[in-house]
Write a protein that binds this ligand. Structure first.
Ligand code: NAD
Length: 367
């Protein structure tokens, strides 16, 4: 069997800084666990624009299509703000998502006990929280036609169209059910079937797909009620599946229940490839953080947890993903903090590399 292949696109700003810590962790798994990856690296975003005049070179795109998983840092920065829209760093990321047809966006909201004071909600509401939002990423109102601003009589009208085909709903529902099967076999689907036809179809198709997963307990909720329930008692949920627009809002809401942007990983999955693995891109939720770039202050945990998701969802190494997540939990429980995680405790922050050192030490201790 060939080694699993991984393309690293560190990108801009703090991207390369947090990715440097992930690379040390990948090396650790090779040296200590005999898990070897074929790692290649390339440019994306502003870094690619500086070299090639485009935020994603065709060769890089072709590589991304060929590997088992892509791990991305972050793109963008003030240096590129005045570029033409067509070559802005973010276009590189959008091209990856579009051409890899990554239709299921997985956003975990997990609260490490040591950080439960960080949430804006009461500690007992968030401590131990571990939920996953699956957002449809390639269709819905952000893509539907007709769209635009049109003249109607003597005023203008802005139009966007919510549009979902049965097959689009079917495939994201399947991804969510598969995920629920690996977790606690509980799935809640959210839409607005009370006021939207696309919601009625969504509910019908999700229910139909559910027949193929009788072990999963399926429930439905209107998305507005879902938002309320997520802030009232988020632990009632395990996996949530929803459309592009509602998922955009609900995943941000759920993620921030747990504190800092520097902690949040994500995965975007597409259709299975010939080897049965889904096309996949893993990336932290945060951006390139130009305000702290180059200062060794960035928290690498979001990027490290994105690699843990790759271990679990692309490489079927769930036990090793657990090992890595537990190492992060251990380090936080021991009070190790980058600057973004400092509360009122008065501890001195560690650098990006310091956090990497602590996680590597916790990995060593796990053996
Ligand atoms: P941002 O996520 O880069 O930063 C927001 C705030 O959070 C900043 O104060 C930053 O210092 C802090 N922060 C973010 N990640 C952190 C980490 N790992 N450790 C410690 N602190 C962290 O968002 P922004 O400032 O709105 O955007 C900056 C640039 O990033 C822009 O060019 C934007 O377009 C781009 N961006 C890229 C992505 C991506 O690559 N997926 C996502 C969002 C924004």
């Amino acid at each position: 069997m060939p080694n699993p292949s991984l393309l690293i696109l560190a990108g801009d700003g703090i991207g390369p800084e947090v990715m440097a810590e992930v690379k040390r962790i990948i090396d650790w798994f090779g040296a200590k666990r005999g898990m070897h990856f074929d790692v290649t690296e390339d440019l994306v975003g502003g870094a690619a624009y500086d070299r090639h005049g485009t935020p994603l070179h065709d060769d890089t795109m072709a590589r991304a299509q060929a590997v088992d998983a892509v791990l991305l840092g972050a793109v963008g920065g003030p240096k590129y703000d005045n570029l033409d829209f067509s070559v802005k760093p973010e276009r590189g990321l959008l091209r990856l998502r579009k051409e890899m047809d990554l239709f299921a966006n997985l956003r975990p909201a997990q609260c490490f006990d040591a950080l439960s004071d960080f949430s804006s909600l009461k500690k007992e509401v968030v401590a131990g929280l571990d939920i996953m939002i699956v957002r449809e990423l390639t269709s819905g109102v952000y893509f539907g036609e007709p769209r635009g601003i049109f003249q109607e009589g003597n005023e203008r009208v802005g139009i966007n169209t919510q549009r979902y085909t049965e097959s689009e709903i079917d495939r994201v529902a399947r991804a969510a059910f598969e995920l629920a099967m690996r977790r606690n076999r509980k799935l809640c689907s959210m839409e607005k079937a009370n006021v939207m036809e696309s919601g009625i179809l969504w509910r019908e198709v999700v229910t139909r797909v559910g027949k193929d997963y009788p072990e999963v307990e399926l429930s439905h909720m209107y998305a507005d009620a879902g938002a309320m329930q997520l802030t009232r008692w988020p632990k009632q949920f395990d996996v949530i599946v929803t459309d592009n627009l509602f998922g955009d809002l609900l995943s941000d809401l759920a993620a921030m229940l747990t504190g800092s942007l520097g902690m949040l990983p994500s995965a975007s999955l597409g259709a299975p490839m010939a080897n049965g693995r889904p096309k996949a891109l893993y990336e932290p939720v945060h951006g390139s953080a130009p305000d702290i770039a180059g200062q060794g202050k960035a928290n690498p945990i979001a990027c490290i947890l994105s690699f843990a998701m790759a271990l679990r969802y692309s490489f079927d190494m769930g036990d090793e993903a657990d090992r890595l997540e537990k190492a992060v939990e251990r380090v936080l429980a021991d009070g190790v903090r980058t600057a973004d995680l400092l509360g009122a405790e008065g501890v001195a922050p560690v650098s990006t590399t310091g956090m990497g050192d602590a996680i590597l030490a916790a990995l060593d201790a796990s053996l």
